[in-house]
Write a protein that binds this ligand. Structure first.
Ligand SMILES: NC(=O)c1ccc[n+]([C@@H]2O[C@H](COP(=O)([O-])OP(=O)(O)OC[C@H]3O[C@@H](n4cnc5c(N)ncnc54)[C@H](O)[C@@H]3O)[C@@H](O)[C@H]2O)c1
Length: 351
């Protein structure tokens, strides 16, 4: 039985995308647990670089001269620099969160997705192979479920019908990870995140876009006339899940059924999990909860569906619950309240 509260044998963990929303929160948690953290990020300007720098400052504050935090600014596409870093630090665990994220932007700038998510991830896999990393955890996404209609989404479902290039790159990551798990015995865990939100979140996602518009008396665009839903997952729950996955290495399934294969398991040391709340919130309900938390009404304009977006997401998390003995703890109302408080403070809307 793993003791998640007091892990023994502190290891070196390399986190890519460490200045990102999830990467920064994870770095803080793992420094708090006394792990030695190597952060990589290219600080690209897909969204506010200032926000990324602020997150890095929070990590530095948490480190507080304990010498557990080492940050390096470069792109994963730079295989030489990545190799040099592995050579210096020899990480035990690698957590790949760096990616070109966002569904809608993948229609405008497809090449950045192939560069960061495919070439960048290949470089990570190659380095893990060469330096014999104990465990590679990587970010996948609920968007891999694409055109699936069967709810809730289970890891047993087929994910062969992506409806955006972003989703296709995330599904590709799972396939690439499987081949490396099989060929080179690398333990890999893929995490399909479902709409992560909270303080220091991403400005290209609905909570931040809507909060800004509501507080500045601007209209919010409500896509598909409000007929959509998302399984939102609070950042603290996501971080606890990644942390627990760190301590529990992906294993081979010795009872793997080759004649009825479960896509999320394997004869190789490979696992894939949904990371969600198992609680879809309709778009209209989300807006109402956000209005209440901000203390202000939204001006809505109703719009058609956006290309690339999925209608609904809803995670079956039973497999993850079995694996790490954890269930997300934060209700959507509480999570949005904490997000709204942070947002007003951070952007100085308090008066
Ligand atoms: N936030 C969500 O709701 C969500 C949902 C599903 C999947 N994901 C995935 O989780 C991961 C983390 O997401 P996030 O919300 O923290 O995103 P984020 O954009 O805030 O973080 C990603 C970080 O990676 C960096 N980066 C991007 N490309 C890079 C490259 N080629 N080399 C080095 N650094 C690079 C960026 O500068 C950024 O700081 C991503 O892989 C994303 O696709 C997130």
């Amino acid at each position: 039985m793993i003791n998640f509260d007091n892990p023994k044998n502190q290891k070196t963990i390399l986190i890519t995308g460490a200045a990102g929303f999830i990467g920064a929160a994870l770095s803080i948690k793992l420094i708090d647990k006394d792990f030695n953290i190597i952060g990589i990020d290219n600080l690209n300007n897909y969204y506010s670089v200032d926000l990324k720098l602020k997150r890095l400052n929070l990590i530095k504050d948490k480190n507080n001269n304990k010498n557990l935090w080492h940050f390096h600014e470069f792109s994963l596409e730079n295989a030489k620099e990545l190799n040099d870093l592995f050579n210096i630090y020899n990480p035990n665990i690698v957590i790949n969160l760096a990616a070109q994220a966002g569904v809608r932007y993948s229609l405008e700038n497809p090449l950045s997705y192939v560069n960061s998510n495919i070439l960048g991830f290949l470089n990570v896999l190659e380095a893990c192979r060469k330096y014999k990393v104990e465990h590679l955890i990587y970010a996948s996404s609920s968007s891999v479920y694409g055109g699936n209609k069967q709810m809730p989404f289970s890891e047993r479902n087929s994910v062969d019908h992506p409806i955006s290039l972003y989703a296709a790159t995330k599904k590709s990551n799972e396939l690439m990870a499987h081949s490396y798990s099989h060929l080179f015995d690398i333990n890999t865990t893929g995490l399909r995140f479902f709409t992560v939100y909270g303080p220091y979140g991403r400005p290209d996602m609905a909570p931040m876009i809507f909060a800004k518009a509501i507080l500045e008396n601007e209209e919010i665009r409500v896509f598909n006339n409000g007929d959509m839903s998302r399984d939102f997952t609070y950042i603290d729950d996501v971080i606890e899940i990644i942390y627990r996955c760190c301590l529990k290495v992906a294993t081979k399934n010795d009872n793997f059924n080759h004649f009825d294969p479960d896509p999320s398991e394997s004869f190789a040391p490979y696992k894939v999990f949904n990371v969600g709340s198992n609680n879809p919130i309709s778009l209209m309900n989300f807006i109402e909860i956000l209005e209440n938390a901000l203390g202000k009404k939204a001006q809505k304009i109703f719009m058609p569906m956006q290309p690339g977006d999925v209608h609904n997401t809803f995670s079956d998390i039973s497999k993850l619950q079995d694996w790490i003995k954890y269930t997300p703890q934060t209700s959507f109302e509480d999570g949005i309240k904490r997000f709204a408080e942070w947002y007003k403070n951070y952007f100085d809307y308090s008066s």
